[in-house]
Design a protein around this ligand. Structure first.
Ligand code: BTN
Length: 251
């Protein structure tokens, strides 16, 4: 149908056998790209994770891709973006009958309590009225024992599923879902995603702690606000916390 074709035509996919980082590619070529264009690779020699970590990216095992997106109204319009991306990934995985999927604020995807996928958003350019971003997604499909050992947190992959989704199919579904969700987000903000997030939130109504630099704040997780800040109920009432330097942990 026409809407499907519109989504399929007009967005480009740059495919690489090997690359340093798909995020790096998009950042480098941002000026020639349009919203929705993606870069995907079988192997990353210098895959990047959040907080300056490395994203282990062995050949052929997993999905590594990045999407370019321009927010015409600047940075304020992109607040909460990482939560939207997490919601898109959850929706696609649920369509593929992956159960026990959950999210940890702001954008980690968990399968059966272990990390399945991560999102790294980087800025390629910003003016007063425009904010250009690259959204990188790494999703573990079939981890080898050797690579699994080098990851310093509990991870999961898709090998426990009855049938392993095909990588191209997974990428196509994610690309379409992201385009749809990012367009909606650009128009209407985070409100349409609030219930999707809360349904998948692994920590809602649970005791958590937020690590803020060397500080810790304890309380009960009460979901997110309209900016995508995490809401924490403490003895002083409900407060919102936002920022790249905050980590959430089970208390
Ligand atoms: C995290 O630390 O949780 C985020 C990991 C993001 C990894 C992906 S893989 C594709 C894209 N290219 C990169 O270099 N990093 C992201």
């Amino acid at each position: 149908d026409e809407t499907v074709l519109k989504g399929a035509i007009g967005q480009r996919c740059f495919y690489f056998d090997e690359i340093e980082s798909t995020n790096g590619f998009i950042l480098k070529h941002a000026e020639e790209l349009d919203s929705g264009d993606i870069c995907v690779a079988e192997y990353q020699s210098a895959g990047r994770g959040r907080r300056g970590r490395t994203w282990v990216s062995p050949y052929g095992c997993h999905l590594y891709f990045s999407m370019y997106w321009q927010f015409p109204q600047g940075m304020a319009q992109a607040m909460g973006l990482s939560l939207v991306v997490a919601c898109s990934i959850v929706k696609v995985l649920k369509q593929l009958n992956v159960d026990e999927i959950g999210v940890k604020w702001p954008n980690d995807i968990y399968l059966a309590g272990k990390k399945l996928a991560g999102v790294l958003i980087e800025m390629s350019g910003q003016t007063d009225n425009e904010c250009n971003l690259v959204i990188g997604v790494g999703l573990n499909m079939a981890m080898s024992e050797q690579h699994g050992k080098s990851i310093d947190q509990a991870w999961s992959d898709l090998t426990s599923l009855k049938s392993m989704p095909n990588k191209t199919e997974l990428l196509t579904l994610l690309q379409k879902q992201l385009q749809q969700d990012l367009s909606l987000f650009q128009e209407s903000g985070l409100t349409p995603f609030q219930s999707r997030w809360e349904e998948a939130d692994l920590f809602i109504d649970q005791q958590i702690k937020l690590l803020i630099g060397t500080d810790e704040v304890h309380g009960i997780c009460r979901g997110i606000d309209k900016q995508g800040a995490v809401l924490l109920e403490t003895d002083d009432g409900v407060k919102s916390f936002i920022g790249g330097e905050i980590s959430l942990r089970k208390a």
